[in-house]
Ligand binder design. Structure first.
Ligand code: URA
Length: 283
């Protein structure tokens, strides 16, 4: 475990500015020289093994993993059709729930067929008053087993991405558009994201994040209520259309896609830096 000061020195050497959460004191100036010009994540200079934040942090040279059927065509993938599940009426009661009741409602939800094949619901994890909210698509096999979001390889890369921003998983609230695993790791269907939508909306209302980082086409299109391709949506800020459009959303690639397409990491890093600048600006 490296200390906070060591981490800051390491990140400064990598040319990565440290994100300071709201209300936190400004970090002490870091004395480490920043002599190599700032290298954007994920291409920092080599770091000593003991201090390496995560093996997934240097995945440019890592072997490309087996294809993930859920992210075959991310940047230009065909848009999902409009969400039109009939009878999605869970919104009214869910809107009024506090955290414990919301969690219980998710655990007992049978509103769509996904409940039949799930082992566990995956509610979300992290700080419930976080500045950052990360929203993925839906639980995979590991998450279905553990009940925690983003615990597989993609989850480790997400952790490394957050670490590069100076954030731990614990200080971010991480969840998904659907809380049950779609069978066979397929994408959640519009009817499923619509049925689950009130849970996510309530989580966003309760967390009141400074920024939402939506990862992957399904998450981005669901949150922004659009069919536009991810490639057109990333790289800029969008208002979250619900809740008065006050919460800014940044769209980026899904970590599973980045594992297979390391070249896209540079663009993803730009998205992360955009999100960081949004989270750091005064309210
Ligand atoms: N992929 C996601 O979108 N969410 C998870 O929780 C895990 C993998």
């Amino acid at each position: 475990m490296i200390s906070g000061a060591e981490r800051e020195r390491l990140l400064a050497r990598m040319g990565i500015a440290v994100y300071v959460p709201r209300g936190a004191p400004a970090p002490a100036p870091v004395s480490a020289p920043v002599d190599p010009p700032p290298a954007p994540w994920p291409g920092p200079p080599p770091v000593p093994p003991a201090a390496a934040p995560d093996p997934a942090f240097a995945p440019v040279s890592a072997p490309v993993p087996a294809p993930d059927a859920r992210h075959p065509l991310e940047p230009g993938a065909p848009a999902a059709g409009p969400s039109s599940a009939p009878g999605a009426t869970a919104g009214a009661p869910v809107r009024a729930l506090a955290w414990p009741e919301l969690e219980a409602a998710v655990a007992g939800c049978v509103a769509c067929p996904l409940h039949r094949s799930r082992r566990r619901t995956v509610f979300g994890a992290g700080a419930r008053d976080a500045d950052w909210m990360v929203i993925g698509e839906g639980p995979g096999a590991n998450e279905d087993r553990s009940g925690e979001p983003f615990v597989g390889r993609a989850g480790r890369l997400l952790g490394a991405m957050l670490f590069a921003l100076g954030l731990s998983r614990e200080e971010v609230f991480i969840t998904n558009t659907v809380k049950c695993r779609p069978p066979g790791n397929r994408d959640p269907e519009p009817a499923e994201t619509e049925r689950c939508g009130p849970f996510l909306e309530r989580q966003i209302e309760l967390v009141e994040p400074r920024v939402i980082l939506a990862v992957g086409r399904v998450a981005v299109q669901t949150i922004l209520d659009t069919n536009a391709p991810l490639a057109r949506l990333r790289g800029r800020e969008h208002p979250y259309p619900r809740g008065g459009g006050r919460v800014p959303v940044v769209a980026t690639y899904h970590p599973a896609y980045l594992l297979r397409t390391p070249i896209a990491k540079r663009s993803a890093w730009e998205d992360l830096c955009l999100a960081r600048s949004i989270a750091g600006r005064s309210p």
